[in-house]
Design a protein around this ligand. Structure first.
Ligand code: AMP
Length: 287
């Protein structure tokens, strides 16, 4: 596995992989890798165990543009030595790990990519500027790496929707592939931020997924009122944890439009703070 910190070297290596006829797959991450990240690499690698057809690029970049002023950019966990071992074992060919100066040489970007509407709800409403930072850095990564496919996790459901919308609107040729959420054995969605949780918060946090599964069961049993289902989730989380609810919402699975009556596939999404750690999760319910 090659570790490249420079854009120029990354471009050279990718050009040579393309010359060999390989398809380039990009898995963008912020590092502190866990099975959620690595499962995407392993799926691609298992289809091409001999590295003949697919060139897997993983990026590790904690992107300052997508963090708000009072968020956890400074303390976000970073460990490139550990990550590079895990990435290599999973089958990554090139690990692109640029510095902030390499990505933003003038200290800032005068250009931004803004996706409207679907970025204004859910996490976009509580994290001003977050999705503009995400869309901008993903565009930069697409331009640097020029992948055939890019892999994203449905743990960040809204992010997948934003990136799909962006590639459609901007006529990007990158195929976006979405992967299911990987969970701990007690249901908690794997996240680099789980490392911040106190042991008590870690014990309580599985209530998030439990409450989503119960909501799914209620809908399948026939409950159609979104407000009733939302309220049950809120009650469950408040009675079984110290988590402070940021939002619990039920929206159309395809375009994130609000729903009052559940009569189409929906995503139930939530964000809850445990101490200073903000956790998100979601479930898609096919109706
Ligand atoms: P992050 O490093 O948290 O920015 O995540 C990088 C990529 O991994 C994103 O596409 C995430 O959606 C995906 N990802 C993070 N956690 C999980 C998980 N538990 N299951 C599946 N994908 C995940």
């Amino acid at each position: 596995m090659i570790i490249a910190e420079k854009i120029a070297e990354t471009r050279e290596k990718i050009a040579s992989a393309k010359q060999q006829g390989k398809a380039v797959v990009l898995v963008p991450t912020m590092g502190f890798l866990h099975e959620g990240h690595l499962s995407m690499v392993k799926i691609a690698r298992n289809q091409d165990p001999n590295h003949k057809k697919t060139y897997i690029v993983m990026s590790i970049f904690v992107n300052p543009l997508q963090f708000g002023p009072n968020e956890d950019y400074e303390k976000y966990p970073r460990d490139l030595a550990r990550d590079s071992g895990l990435a290599e074992q999973a089958g990554v060919d090139l690990l692109f790990a640029p510095s902030v100066a390499e990505m933003y040489p003038d200290g800032k970007s005068l250009t931004a990519v803004q996706v409207y509407q679907i970025t204004e709800v859910l996490c976009g409403a509580s994290r001003q500027g977050h999705f503009q930072g995400v869309a901008t850095v993903v565009t930069k990564l697409f331009n640097i790496i020029q992948p055939d496919e890019a892999y994203f996790g449905l743990k960040d459901y809204q992010q997948v929707a934003v990136i799909k919308q962006m590639t459609k609107d901007l006529n990007s040729s990158v195929k976006i592939v979405a992967f299911p959420t990987v969970r701990e054995s007690d249901g908690l969605a794997k996240s680099s931020r789980n490392a911040y949780l106190s042991s008590e918060d870690r014990r309580q946090a599985p209530v998030l997924f439990r409450s989503l599964q119960e909501a799914e069961a209620r809908i399948i049993e026939g409950e159609t009122c979104a407000e009733v289902v939302r309220e049950e989730i809120r009650q469950r989380i408040s009675s079984e944890s110290n988590g402070k609810i940021d939002y619990v919402e039920i929206r159309k699975a395809d375009n994130l439009a609000a729903v009052d009556s559940i009569d189409c596939p929906v995503v139930i999404a939530l964000a809850v703070r445990f101490g200073t750690t903000r956790l998100i999760d979601n479930i898609v319910v096919e109706v």
